[in-house]
Design a protein around this ligand. Structure first.
Ligand SMILES: Nc1ncnc2c1ncn2[C@@H]1O[C@H](COP(=O)(O)OP(=O)(O)OP(=O)(O)O)[C@@H](O)[C@H]1O
Ligand SMILES: Nc1ccn([C@H]2C[C@H](O)[C@@H](COP(=O)(O)O)O2)c(=O)n1
Length: 555
Protein backbone atom coordinates (compact mmCIF):
# COMPACT_ATOMS: atom_id res chain seq x y z
CA UNK A 1 0.00 0.00 0.00
CA UNK A 2 1.35 3.46 -0.88
CA UNK A 3 2.35 6.04 1.68
CA UNK A 4 -0.64 8.22 0.89
CA UNK A 5 -3.12 5.38 1.01
CA UNK A 6 -1.77 4.44 4.38
CA UNK A 7 -2.40 7.99 5.52
CA UNK A 8 -5.98 8.07 4.47
CA UNK A 9 -6.60 4.63 5.84
CA UNK A 10 -5.09 5.67 9.14
CA UNK A 11 -7.42 8.65 9.31
CA UNK A 12 -10.40 6.45 8.52
CA UNK A 13 -9.34 3.85 11.06
CA UNK A 14 -8.90 6.51 13.67
CA UNK A 15 -12.36 7.86 13.03
CA UNK A 16 -13.83 4.38 13.17
CA UNK A 17 -12.05 3.52 16.40
CA UNK A 18 -13.32 6.74 17.95
CA UNK A 19 -16.81 5.75 17.05
CA UNK A 20 -16.52 2.25 18.36
CA UNK A 21 -14.71 3.16 21.56
CA UNK A 22 -17.15 5.90 22.31
CA UNK A 23 -20.13 3.71 21.71
CA UNK A 24 -18.99 1.42 24.47
CA UNK A 25 -18.14 4.12 26.94
CA UNK A 26 -21.33 5.74 27.97
CA UNK A 27 -19.91 7.61 30.98
CA UNK A 28 -17.98 9.90 28.70
CA UNK A 29 -20.98 10.69 26.56
CA UNK A 30 -22.37 14.18 26.85
CA UNK A 31 -25.48 13.85 28.99
CA UNK A 32 -28.52 13.75 26.76
CA UNK A 33 -30.47 15.76 29.22
CA UNK A 34 -29.70 17.84 32.23
CA UNK A 35 -29.79 21.57 32.35
CA UNK A 36 -26.08 21.89 32.90
CA UNK A 37 -25.22 20.06 29.71
CA UNK A 38 -27.97 21.86 27.87
CA UNK A 39 -26.67 25.14 29.13
CA UNK A 40 -23.28 24.32 27.65
CA UNK A 41 -24.85 23.36 24.35
CA UNK A 42 -27.01 26.43 24.22
CA UNK A 43 -24.22 28.71 25.22
CA UNK A 44 -21.80 27.34 22.73
CA UNK A 45 -24.49 27.42 20.09
CA UNK A 46 -25.02 31.09 20.72
CA UNK A 47 -21.28 31.65 20.59
CA UNK A 48 -21.32 30.20 17.11
CA UNK A 49 -23.98 32.69 16.14
CA UNK A 50 -22.09 35.53 17.68
CA UNK A 51 -19.17 34.53 15.47
CA UNK A 52 -21.30 35.45 12.49
CA UNK A 53 -21.80 32.03 10.95
CA UNK A 54 -25.05 30.26 11.47
CA UNK A 55 -25.26 26.57 10.96
CA UNK A 56 -28.43 24.75 10.35
CA UNK A 57 -28.98 22.46 13.27
CA UNK A 58 -31.22 19.75 14.46
CA UNK A 59 -31.65 18.03 17.75
CA UNK A 60 -31.66 14.28 17.67
CA UNK A 61 -33.45 12.04 20.14
CA UNK A 62 -30.62 12.13 22.62
CA UNK A 63 -30.61 15.89 22.62
CA UNK A 64 -27.40 16.04 20.64
CA UNK A 65 -27.24 18.63 17.98
CA UNK A 66 -26.16 17.74 14.47
CA UNK A 67 -24.26 20.08 12.26
CA UNK A 68 -25.81 20.46 8.86
CA UNK A 69 -23.11 21.09 6.43
CA UNK A 70 -21.39 18.91 3.89
CA UNK A 71 -23.35 16.17 2.23
CA UNK A 72 -26.92 17.12 2.95
CA UNK A 73 -25.60 19.76 5.30
CA UNK A 74 -25.40 23.43 4.61
CA UNK A 75 -22.02 25.06 4.32
CA UNK A 76 -22.20 28.40 6.04
CA UNK A 77 -21.13 31.11 3.67
CA UNK A 78 -20.27 33.80 6.19
CA UNK A 79 -16.74 35.16 6.48
CA UNK A 80 -14.11 33.42 8.55
CA UNK A 81 -13.63 34.65 12.06
CA UNK A 82 -9.97 35.09 12.84
CA UNK A 83 -8.47 34.64 16.25
CA UNK A 84 -8.58 37.86 18.14
CA UNK A 85 -5.85 39.05 20.40
CA UNK A 86 -8.19 41.67 21.75
CA UNK A 87 -9.25 42.35 25.24
CA UNK A 88 -11.84 39.64 25.28
CA UNK A 89 -11.44 36.09 24.03
CA UNK A 90 -12.87 35.27 20.66
CA UNK A 91 -15.72 33.17 21.86
CA UNK A 92 -16.77 31.62 18.62
CA UNK A 93 -16.59 27.97 19.49
CA UNK A 94 -19.41 25.96 18.03
CA UNK A 95 -20.31 22.81 19.86
CA UNK A 96 -21.45 20.49 17.14
CA UNK A 97 -22.34 16.86 17.35
CA UNK A 98 -21.14 14.82 14.45
CA UNK A 99 -23.55 12.57 12.55
CA UNK A 100 -23.12 9.67 14.99
CA UNK A 101 -23.27 12.27 17.71
CA UNK A 102 -25.07 10.54 20.50
CA UNK A 103 -22.24 8.07 20.95
CA UNK A 104 -19.38 10.50 20.67
CA UNK A 105 -18.01 11.82 23.93
CA UNK A 106 -16.80 15.11 22.61
CA UNK A 107 -18.42 18.01 24.37
CA UNK A 108 -16.99 20.68 22.17
CA UNK A 109 -17.49 20.32 18.49
CA UNK A 110 -15.79 22.01 15.62
CA UNK A 111 -16.14 25.70 15.05
CA UNK A 112 -18.97 26.57 12.73
CA UNK A 113 -16.67 27.00 9.79
CA UNK A 114 -14.04 24.45 8.86
CA UNK A 115 -10.50 25.75 8.75
CA UNK A 116 -8.87 24.57 5.57
CA UNK A 117 -5.31 24.59 4.27
CA UNK A 118 -4.77 23.58 0.65
CA UNK A 119 -1.54 21.73 -0.07
CA UNK A 120 -0.31 22.24 -3.61
CA UNK A 121 2.82 21.52 -5.60
CA UNK A 122 3.99 19.46 -8.54
CA UNK A 123 3.46 15.70 -8.58
CA UNK A 124 6.00 14.12 -6.21
CA UNK A 125 6.87 17.38 -4.43
CA UNK A 126 6.23 15.75 -1.04
CA UNK A 127 2.68 16.91 -0.29
CA UNK A 128 1.53 13.58 1.13
CA UNK A 129 4.77 13.11 3.06
CA UNK A 130 4.47 16.46 4.81
CA UNK A 131 0.72 16.14 5.40
CA UNK A 132 1.42 13.05 7.50
CA UNK A 133 3.74 15.08 9.70
CA UNK A 134 1.27 17.94 10.04
CA UNK A 135 -1.48 15.51 11.02
CA UNK A 136 0.76 14.04 13.72
CA UNK A 137 1.76 17.39 15.17
CA UNK A 138 -1.32 19.49 14.70
CA UNK A 139 -4.29 17.18 14.68
CA UNK A 140 -5.49 18.04 11.19
CA UNK A 141 -7.46 15.66 9.06
CA UNK A 142 -5.67 14.99 5.81
CA UNK A 143 -7.81 14.67 2.70
CA UNK A 144 -5.97 13.85 -0.48
CA UNK A 145 -8.09 14.54 -3.56
CA UNK A 146 -6.08 11.94 -5.49
CA UNK A 147 -6.64 9.29 -2.80
CA UNK A 148 -10.35 10.02 -2.66
CA UNK A 149 -10.57 9.62 -6.41
CA UNK A 150 -8.60 6.36 -6.32
CA UNK A 151 -10.88 5.07 -3.55
CA UNK A 152 -13.87 5.98 -5.69
CA UNK A 153 -12.50 3.86 -8.53
CA UNK A 154 -12.00 0.94 -6.16
CA UNK A 155 -15.50 1.28 -4.74
CA UNK A 156 -16.99 0.36 -8.11
CA UNK A 157 -18.78 3.70 -8.41
CA UNK A 158 -20.40 4.57 -11.76
CA UNK A 159 -17.80 7.37 -12.11
CA UNK A 160 -14.97 4.88 -11.56
CA UNK A 161 -14.07 4.22 -15.20
CA UNK A 162 -14.16 7.88 -16.13
CA UNK A 163 -11.91 8.75 -13.15
CA UNK A 164 -9.52 5.92 -13.94
CA UNK A 165 -9.14 7.07 -17.55
CA UNK A 166 -8.55 10.67 -16.58
CA UNK A 167 -5.90 9.73 -14.01
CA UNK A 168 -4.11 7.52 -16.53
CA UNK A 169 -4.02 10.45 -18.90
CA UNK A 170 -2.80 12.78 -16.14
CA UNK A 171 -5.95 14.86 -16.64
CA UNK A 172 -8.05 16.60 -14.04
CA UNK A 173 -11.36 15.03 -13.08
CA UNK A 174 -14.44 17.36 -13.26
CA UNK A 175 -14.81 19.47 -10.12
CA UNK A 176 -18.31 18.28 -9.29
CA UNK A 177 -16.99 14.74 -8.73
CA UNK A 178 -13.97 15.73 -6.64
CA UNK A 179 -15.82 18.34 -4.60
CA UNK A 180 -18.57 15.89 -3.74
CA UNK A 181 -15.99 13.45 -2.45
CA UNK A 182 -14.28 16.16 -0.42
CA UNK A 183 -17.55 17.43 1.04
CA UNK A 184 -18.55 13.93 2.03
CA UNK A 185 -15.20 13.24 3.67
CA UNK A 186 -15.33 16.54 5.55
CA UNK A 187 -18.85 15.93 6.75
CA UNK A 188 -17.90 12.48 8.00
CA UNK A 189 -14.95 13.78 9.92
CA UNK A 190 -15.20 14.96 13.50
CA UNK A 191 -12.84 17.85 13.16
CA UNK A 192 -12.84 21.34 11.76
CA UNK A 193 -9.22 21.44 10.59
CA UNK A 194 -8.52 20.02 7.16
CA UNK A 195 -5.43 19.68 5.03
CA UNK A 196 -6.70 19.30 1.50
CA UNK A 197 -3.90 17.90 -0.61
CA UNK A 198 -3.75 18.06 -4.39
CA UNK A 199 -6.70 20.42 -4.59
CA UNK A 200 -7.62 22.83 -6.16
CA UNK A 201 -5.79 21.59 -9.25
CA UNK A 202 -7.28 24.12 -11.65
CA UNK A 203 -9.35 27.26 -11.72
CA UNK A 204 -12.58 25.29 -12.02
CA UNK A 205 -11.72 23.29 -8.85
CA UNK A 206 -10.96 26.50 -6.98
CA UNK A 207 -13.99 28.54 -7.99
CA UNK A 208 -16.46 25.68 -7.59
CA UNK A 209 -15.18 24.74 -4.15
CA UNK A 210 -15.54 28.31 -2.95
CA UNK A 211 -18.99 28.56 -4.45
CA UNK A 212 -20.28 25.29 -3.08
CA UNK A 213 -18.74 25.42 0.37
CA UNK A 214 -18.25 29.13 1.02
CA UNK A 215 -14.83 28.20 2.38
CA UNK A 216 -11.69 30.14 1.67
CA UNK A 217 -8.46 28.51 2.76
CA UNK A 218 -6.60 29.98 5.72
CA UNK A 219 -3.59 29.77 3.41
CA UNK A 220 -2.13 27.42 0.84
CA UNK A 221 1.17 25.59 1.05
CA UNK A 222 3.02 25.54 -2.23
CA UNK A 223 5.80 22.98 -2.44
CA UNK A 224 8.23 24.35 -4.95
CA UNK A 225 10.48 21.77 -6.63
CA UNK A 226 12.12 21.47 -10.07
CA UNK A 227 10.87 18.81 -12.48
CA UNK A 228 14.12 16.83 -12.50
CA UNK A 229 13.78 16.19 -8.77
CA UNK A 230 10.04 15.48 -9.07
CA UNK A 231 10.68 12.95 -11.80
CA UNK A 232 13.40 11.25 -9.74
CA UNK A 233 11.08 10.96 -6.74
CA UNK A 234 8.05 9.74 -8.69
CA UNK A 235 10.00 7.07 -10.52
CA UNK A 236 11.41 5.90 -7.19
CA UNK A 237 8.09 6.00 -5.33
CA UNK A 238 7.20 2.43 -6.10
CA UNK A 239 3.64 2.44 -4.86
CA UNK A 240 2.17 0.78 -7.90
CA UNK A 241 0.31 3.86 -9.07
CA UNK A 242 -0.94 3.76 -12.66
CA UNK A 243 0.29 7.30 -13.20
CA UNK A 244 3.85 6.89 -11.91
CA UNK A 245 5.30 6.06 -15.33
CA UNK A 246 7.40 8.43 -17.36
CA UNK A 247 4.74 8.99 -20.01
CA UNK A 248 2.00 9.97 -17.57
CA UNK A 249 4.45 11.86 -15.36
CA UNK A 250 5.30 14.19 -18.25
CA UNK A 251 1.59 14.78 -18.91
CA UNK A 252 1.04 15.54 -15.22
CA UNK A 253 3.88 18.08 -15.28
CA UNK A 254 2.28 19.78 -18.26
CA UNK A 255 -1.13 19.91 -16.59
CA UNK A 256 0.47 21.23 -13.40
CA UNK A 257 2.14 24.10 -15.25
CA UNK A 258 -0.86 24.95 -17.39
CA UNK A 259 -3.69 24.48 -14.88
CA UNK A 260 -2.34 24.40 -11.31
CA UNK A 261 0.25 27.18 -11.36
CA UNK A 262 -2.42 29.80 -12.20
CA UNK A 263 -4.32 28.71 -9.09
CA UNK A 264 -1.18 29.18 -6.98
CA UNK A 265 -0.71 32.60 -8.62
CA UNK A 266 -4.23 33.50 -7.59
CA UNK A 267 -3.51 32.72 -3.95
CA UNK A 268 -0.19 34.53 -4.20
CA UNK A 269 -2.03 37.64 -5.34
CA UNK A 270 -4.43 37.55 -2.42
CA UNK A 271 -1.59 36.98 0.05
CA UNK A 272 -2.53 33.41 0.93
CA UNK A 273 0.32 31.45 -0.67
CA UNK A 274 3.14 30.14 1.53
CA UNK A 275 5.94 28.95 -0.72
CA UNK A 276 8.13 26.18 0.64
CA UNK A 277 11.43 25.01 -0.82
CA UNK A 278 10.58 21.33 -1.32
CA UNK A 279 14.03 20.33 -2.57
CA UNK A 280 15.27 20.14 1.03
CA UNK A 281 15.20 17.04 3.20
CA UNK A 282 11.88 15.89 4.68
CA UNK A 283 12.85 17.27 8.11
CA UNK A 284 13.99 20.62 6.75
CA UNK A 285 10.78 21.00 4.80
CA UNK A 286 8.74 20.27 7.91
CA UNK A 287 10.75 22.78 9.94
CA UNK A 288 9.82 25.42 7.39
CA UNK A 289 6.13 24.51 7.61
CA UNK A 290 5.88 24.06 11.35
CA UNK A 291 5.51 27.73 12.41
CA UNK A 292 2.66 28.23 9.99
CA UNK A 293 0.50 25.79 11.91
CA UNK A 294 1.11 27.04 15.44
CA UNK A 295 -1.71 29.61 15.34
CA UNK A 296 -4.18 26.76 14.84
CA UNK A 297 -3.07 25.22 18.10
CA UNK A 298 -3.29 28.54 19.87
CA UNK A 299 -6.86 28.93 18.69
CA UNK A 300 -7.67 25.37 19.78
CA UNK A 301 -6.28 25.95 23.25
CA UNK A 302 -8.15 29.19 23.66
CA UNK A 303 -11.34 27.49 22.56
CA UNK A 304 -10.74 24.54 24.86
CA UNK A 305 -10.48 26.99 27.74
CA UNK A 306 -13.62 28.83 26.76
CA UNK A 307 -15.62 25.63 26.43
CA UNK A 308 -14.28 24.40 29.77
CA UNK A 309 -15.38 27.64 31.41
CA UNK A 310 -18.85 27.27 29.94
CA UNK A 311 -19.00 23.84 31.54
CA UNK A 312 -17.88 25.23 34.87
CA UNK A 313 -20.31 28.13 34.69
CA UNK A 314 -23.22 25.83 34.06
CA UNK A 315 -22.23 23.60 36.96
CA UNK A 316 -21.64 20.65 34.69
CA UNK A 317 -19.26 18.51 36.75
CA UNK A 318 -19.19 15.61 34.30
CA UNK A 319 -18.07 17.89 31.49
CA UNK A 320 -15.44 19.36 33.77
CA UNK A 321 -14.12 15.96 34.74
CA UNK A 322 -13.83 14.86 31.15
CA UNK A 323 -11.67 17.88 30.41
CA UNK A 324 -9.25 17.15 33.21
CA UNK A 325 -6.43 14.70 33.49
CA UNK A 326 -7.25 12.59 36.57
CA UNK A 327 -3.91 13.62 38.10
CA UNK A 328 -4.43 17.28 37.42
CA UNK A 329 -2.79 19.68 39.84
CA UNK A 330 -4.13 23.08 40.82
CA UNK A 331 -3.67 26.12 42.97
CA UNK A 332 -7.16 27.31 43.83
CA UNK A 333 -7.99 30.36 45.93
CA UNK A 334 -9.96 28.25 48.43
CA UNK A 335 -7.03 25.85 48.90
CA UNK A 336 -5.08 28.55 50.73
CA UNK A 337 -1.87 28.17 48.83
CA UNK A 338 -1.83 24.38 48.88
CA UNK A 339 -1.25 22.38 45.76
CA UNK A 340 -4.35 20.33 45.01
CA UNK A 341 -3.94 17.05 43.17
CA UNK A 342 -6.73 15.10 41.53
CA UNK A 343 -10.31 16.10 41.00
CA UNK A 344 -11.88 15.62 44.42
CA UNK A 345 -11.22 19.15 45.56
CA UNK A 346 -12.82 20.63 42.48
CA UNK A 347 -16.13 18.98 43.23
CA UNK A 348 -16.35 21.43 46.09
CA UNK A 349 -17.07 24.24 43.65
CA UNK A 350 -19.84 22.32 41.97
CA UNK A 351 -21.38 21.20 45.26
CA UNK A 352 -21.18 24.72 46.60
CA UNK A 353 -23.16 25.90 43.66
CA UNK A 354 -25.90 23.29 44.02
CA UNK A 355 -26.14 23.98 47.74
CA UNK A 356 -26.60 27.67 47.03
CA UNK A 357 -29.96 27.44 45.26
CA UNK A 358 -31.51 26.34 42.05
CA UNK A 359 -29.58 26.13 38.87
CA UNK A 360 -31.18 29.01 37.03
CA UNK A 361 -30.47 31.35 39.88
CA UNK A 362 -26.93 30.16 40.21
CA UNK A 363 -25.93 30.14 36.59
CA UNK A 364 -22.70 32.04 36.33
CA UNK A 365 -21.14 33.90 33.52
CA UNK A 366 -17.41 33.96 33.00
CA UNK A 367 -15.75 36.50 30.81
CA UNK A 368 -12.26 35.89 29.55
CA UNK A 369 -10.21 39.03 29.16
CA UNK A 370 -6.71 39.48 27.80
CA UNK A 371 -6.09 35.84 26.84
CA UNK A 372 -2.52 34.90 26.03
CA UNK A 373 -1.62 31.49 24.64
CA UNK A 374 1.94 30.22 24.90
CA UNK A 375 2.85 26.97 23.19
CA UNK A 376 5.52 24.95 24.93
CA UNK A 377 5.62 22.45 22.10
CA UNK A 378 3.15 21.26 19.51
CA UNK A 379 1.19 19.33 22.14
CA UNK A 380 1.44 21.45 25.26
CA UNK A 381 0.37 25.00 25.84
CA UNK A 382 -0.44 27.53 28.51
CA UNK A 383 -3.47 29.73 28.43
CA UNK A 384 -3.41 32.73 30.72
CA UNK A 385 -6.17 35.25 31.11
CA UNK A 386 -8.14 37.28 33.57
CA UNK A 387 -11.51 35.79 34.27
CA UNK A 388 -14.42 37.84 35.47
CA UNK A 389 -17.20 35.87 37.05
CA UNK A 390 -20.66 37.10 37.74
CA UNK A 391 -23.48 35.14 39.29
CA UNK A 392 -26.68 35.61 37.35
CA UNK A 393 -28.54 36.15 40.57
CA UNK A 394 -26.50 39.10 41.77
CA UNK A 395 -24.38 41.91 40.53
CA UNK A 396 -21.39 40.66 42.45
CA UNK A 397 -18.33 40.31 40.27
CA UNK A 398 -15.28 38.27 41.12
CA UNK A 399 -12.04 38.27 39.22
CA UNK A 400 -9.24 35.75 38.91
CA UNK A 401 -5.94 35.60 37.14
CA UNK A 402 -5.88 32.10 35.72
CA UNK A 403 -3.35 29.92 34.01
CA UNK A 404 -4.28 26.59 32.50
CA UNK A 405 -1.83 24.06 31.18
CA UNK A 406 -3.21 21.86 28.43
CA UNK A 407 -1.75 18.83 26.79
CA UNK A 408 -2.98 17.07 23.69
CA UNK A 409 -3.00 13.36 24.37
CA UNK A 410 -3.46 10.99 21.52
CA UNK A 411 -4.91 8.38 23.81
CA UNK A 412 -7.48 10.74 25.32
CA UNK A 413 -11.14 10.36 24.59
CA UNK A 414 -12.03 13.29 22.44
CA UNK A 415 -13.04 16.20 24.64
CA UNK A 416 -11.82 19.25 22.86
CA UNK A 417 -9.50 18.00 20.17
CA UNK A 418 -8.05 15.64 22.73
CA UNK A 419 -6.76 18.34 25.03
CA UNK A 420 -6.70 17.54 28.71
CA UNK A 421 -6.07 19.94 31.53
CA UNK A 422 -2.90 19.12 33.47
CA UNK A 423 -2.61 22.06 35.80
CA UNK A 424 -4.49 25.18 36.68
CA UNK A 425 -3.68 28.15 38.81
CA UNK A 426 -6.41 30.52 39.83
CA UNK A 427 -5.58 33.62 41.78
CA UNK A 428 -8.39 35.76 43.17
CA UNK A 429 -7.97 39.42 42.34
CA UNK A 430 -8.92 42.47 44.26
CA UNK A 431 -11.64 44.15 42.26
CA UNK A 432 -10.18 47.46 43.25
CA UNK A 433 -7.85 46.70 40.38
CA UNK A 434 -10.70 47.06 37.96
CA UNK A 435 -11.69 50.18 36.22
CA UNK A 436 -15.34 50.79 35.75
CA UNK A 437 -16.01 51.44 32.13
CA UNK A 438 -19.15 52.48 30.38
CA UNK A 439 -19.53 51.22 26.88
CA UNK A 440 -21.76 52.69 24.27
CA UNK A 441 -22.60 50.98 21.08
CA UNK A 442 -25.18 51.13 18.41
CA UNK A 443 -27.91 48.56 18.63
CA UNK A 444 -27.94 45.60 16.36
CA UNK A 445 -24.41 44.47 17.06
CA UNK A 446 -25.57 41.26 18.59
CA UNK A 447 -28.78 39.60 17.64
CA UNK A 448 -28.75 37.28 20.58
CA UNK A 449 -28.67 39.65 23.50
CA UNK A 450 -31.30 42.03 24.68
CA UNK A 451 -28.85 44.58 25.86
CA UNK A 452 -31.48 46.90 27.20
CA UNK A 453 -32.09 44.53 30.08
CA UNK A 454 -28.46 44.49 31.11
CA UNK A 455 -26.28 47.03 32.74
CA UNK A 456 -27.08 50.67 32.97
CA UNK A 457 -29.49 50.89 30.10
CA UNK A 458 -30.77 54.28 31.16
CA UNK A 459 -27.52 56.12 31.54
CA UNK A 460 -27.77 59.70 30.37
CA UNK A 461 -25.44 59.97 27.46
CA UNK A 462 -23.38 63.04 26.96
CA UNK A 463 -23.43 64.60 23.50
CA UNK A 464 -19.85 63.57 22.76
CA UNK A 465 -20.57 60.01 23.78
CA UNK A 466 -23.50 59.92 21.42
CA UNK A 467 -21.34 61.34 18.68
CA UNK A 468 -18.70 58.71 19.32
CA UNK A 469 -21.34 56.04 19.19
CA UNK A 470 -22.71 57.46 15.95
CA UNK A 471 -19.28 57.24 14.37
CA UNK A 472 -19.34 53.53 14.60
CA UNK A 473 -22.60 53.32 12.68
CA UNK A 474 -20.55 53.45 9.50
CA UNK A 475 -19.86 49.82 10.08
CA UNK A 476 -23.42 48.72 10.21
CA UNK A 477 -26.37 49.82 8.16
CA UNK A 478 -28.77 49.60 11.02
CA UNK A 479 -29.89 52.89 12.53
CA UNK A 480 -27.96 54.02 15.54
CA UNK A 481 -29.60 53.07 18.75
CA UNK A 482 -27.29 54.06 21.49
CA UNK A 483 -27.23 52.11 24.67
CA UNK A 484 -24.79 52.04 27.41
CA UNK A 485 -23.49 49.57 29.94
CA UNK A 486 -21.05 49.43 32.68
CA UNK A 487 -18.47 46.73 32.78
CA UNK A 488 -15.02 46.15 34.13
CA UNK A 489 -11.70 46.10 32.44
CA UNK A 490 -8.56 45.09 34.29
CA UNK A 491 -6.70 48.24 35.07
CA UNK A 492 -3.46 46.76 33.85
CA UNK A 493 -5.06 46.26 30.50
CA UNK A 494 -5.79 49.93 30.22
CA UNK A 495 -2.21 50.89 30.90
CA UNK A 496 -0.07 51.42 27.89
CA UNK A 497 -2.98 52.86 25.97
CA UNK A 498 -2.76 56.29 27.50
CA UNK A 499 -4.89 55.56 30.50
CA UNK A 500 -3.54 56.45 33.89
CA UNK A 501 -5.51 54.92 36.70
CA UNK A 502 -5.64 56.99 39.83
CA UNK A 503 -7.24 56.60 43.21
CA UNK A 504 -10.37 58.40 42.28
CA UNK A 505 -10.74 56.54 39.00
CA UNK A 506 -11.12 53.15 40.58
CA UNK A 507 -14.79 52.51 40.50
CA UNK A 508 -16.71 50.40 42.90
CA UNK A 509 -18.16 47.45 41.01
CA UNK A 510 -21.84 47.90 40.65
CA UNK A 511 -22.79 46.00 37.58
CA UNK A 512 -21.34 44.06 34.73
CA UNK A 513 -22.55 42.80 31.43
CA UNK A 514 -23.69 39.23 31.80
CA UNK A 515 -21.98 38.70 28.47
CA UNK A 516 -18.89 40.46 27.24
CA UNK A 517 -19.29 38.61 24.05
CA UNK A 518 -20.10 41.53 21.85
CA UNK A 519 -16.87 43.15 22.87
CA UNK A 520 -14.51 40.45 21.93
CA UNK A 521 -12.94 42.36 19.09
CA UNK A 522 -12.22 45.29 21.25
CA UNK A 523 -8.70 46.59 21.04
CA UNK A 524 -7.91 49.39 23.39
CA UNK A 525 -5.43 50.76 20.99
CA UNK A 526 -6.97 53.95 19.74
CA UNK A 527 -7.39 56.47 22.45
CA UNK A 528 -9.27 59.71 21.97
CA UNK A 529 -8.61 61.94 24.87
CA UNK A 530 -11.17 64.65 25.29
CA UNK A 531 -9.66 65.43 28.54
CA UNK A 532 -11.34 68.63 29.55
CA UNK A 533 -14.16 66.90 31.33
CA UNK A 534 -12.22 63.77 32.14
CA UNK A 535 -14.00 61.65 29.62
CA UNK A 536 -11.92 59.27 27.60
CA UNK A 537 -12.99 57.46 24.50
CA UNK A 538 -11.50 54.63 22.69
CA UNK A 539 -12.78 52.82 19.75
CA UNK A 540 -12.19 49.39 18.42
CA UNK A 541 -10.77 48.91 14.98
CA UNK A 542 -12.77 45.91 14.11
CA UNK A 543 -16.17 46.02 15.69
CA UNK A 544 -18.96 48.51 15.85
CA UNK A 545 -18.33 49.44 19.43
CA UNK A 546 -17.24 52.58 21.05
CA UNK A 547 -16.11 52.67 24.61
CA UNK A 548 -15.98 55.47 27.01
CA UNK A 549 -14.44 55.39 30.38
CA UNK A 550 -15.41 57.82 33.02
CA UNK A 551 -13.77 58.80 36.19
CA UNK A 552 -15.71 58.33 39.33
CA UNK A 553 -16.17 62.01 39.86
CA UNK A 554 -18.53 62.07 36.90
CA UNK A 555 -20.80 59.30 38.17
N1 LIG B 1 11.91 16.08 0.96
C1 LIG B 1 12.01 14.92 0.29
N2 LIG B 1 13.19 14.52 -0.16
C2 LIG B 1 13.30 13.36 -0.85
N3 LIG B 1 12.27 12.55 -1.13
C3 LIG B 1 11.05 12.91 -0.71
C4 LIG B 1 10.86 14.12 0.03
N4 LIG B 1 9.54 14.23 0.32
C5 LIG B 1 8.95 13.15 -0.22
N5 LIG B 1 9.85 12.35 -0.83
C6 LIG B 1 9.59 11.11 -1.53
O1 LIG B 1 9.12 11.48 -2.83
C7 LIG B 1 8.06 10.66 -3.23
C8 LIG B 1 6.83 11.52 -3.50
O2 LIG B 1 6.39 12.07 -2.29
P1 LIG B 1 4.86 12.26 -1.99
O3 LIG B 1 4.11 11.04 -2.34
O4 LIG B 1 4.74 12.79 -0.62
O5 LIG B 1 4.56 13.41 -3.06
P2 LIG B 1 3.18 14.05 -3.48
O6 LIG B 1 3.45 15.49 -3.72
O7 LIG B 1 2.15 13.74 -2.50
O8 LIG B 1 2.92 13.31 -4.85
P3 LIG B 1 1.57 13.20 -5.73
O9 LIG B 1 1.10 14.55 -6.05
O10 LIG B 1 2.01 12.45 -6.94
O11 LIG B 1 0.59 12.42 -4.93
C9 LIG B 1 7.84 9.65 -2.13
O12 LIG B 1 8.49 8.46 -2.47
C10 LIG B 1 8.46 10.32 -0.92
O13 LIG B 1 8.95 9.38 0.00
N1 LIG C 1 -8.10 17.90 -7.64
C1 LIG C 1 -7.70 16.76 -8.26
C2 LIG C 1 -6.72 15.95 -7.70
C3 LIG C 1 -6.33 14.82 -8.36
N2 LIG C 1 -6.89 14.49 -9.54
C4 LIG C 1 -6.47 13.27 -10.29
C5 LIG C 1 -5.49 13.61 -11.37
C6 LIG C 1 -4.16 13.35 -10.72
O1 LIG C 1 -3.14 13.13 -11.64
C7 LIG C 1 -4.50 12.13 -9.90
C8 LIG C 1 -3.57 11.84 -8.79
O2 LIG C 1 -3.55 12.89 -7.85
P1 LIG C 1 -2.37 12.99 -6.75
O3 LIG C 1 -2.46 11.79 -5.90
O4 LIG C 1 -1.11 13.07 -7.52
O5 LIG C 1 -2.63 14.25 -5.99
O6 LIG C 1 -5.82 12.35 -9.44
C9 LIG C 1 -7.86 15.31 -10.08
O7 LIG C 1 -8.36 15.03 -11.17
N3 LIG C 1 -8.25 16.43 -9.42
Amino acid sequence: MGGRSRLVNRAILRTLSQHSSSSSSSPSTLPASGSGANAVREEVKSLGRAGGAILGSAVDESGARKAQWGAGWVFAAAGLVGMSGGAVGSLHTQAEEEPKASIVPEVARPASKPRVVFVLGGPGSGKGTQCAKIVDSYGFVHLSAGDLLRAEIKSGSPDGTMIQNMIKEGKIVPSSVTINLLKKAMAESNTDKFLIDGFPRNEENRADFEKVTGILPEFILFFDCPETELERRLLGRNEGRVDDNIETIRKRFKVFIESSLPVIDHYEKIGKARKIDATKSREEVFNAIDPLFRPFLETDLQRATEVLLKGIDSGDLSTYERFCDPGMTAFEPEASGHLVKGLDFHRFYFNKKVAGGNEAENFRQSTVTSPVVTLLDSNVGLVTYTRLVQDRSSSEVKAYNETRLWQRKKSALVVYKKYLLLHCKSLALDLGMYQSVTMTYNGGYSGTNDWSTHGKGNVQMKEEEKRAARECTQITRRPPKVKSFQFFVPTQHLMGVGFEPSEDSLAKPTNMLPAFRGLRDIQLSHVHQRNQNKTRFWRTHSSPTTCTSRHLDRH
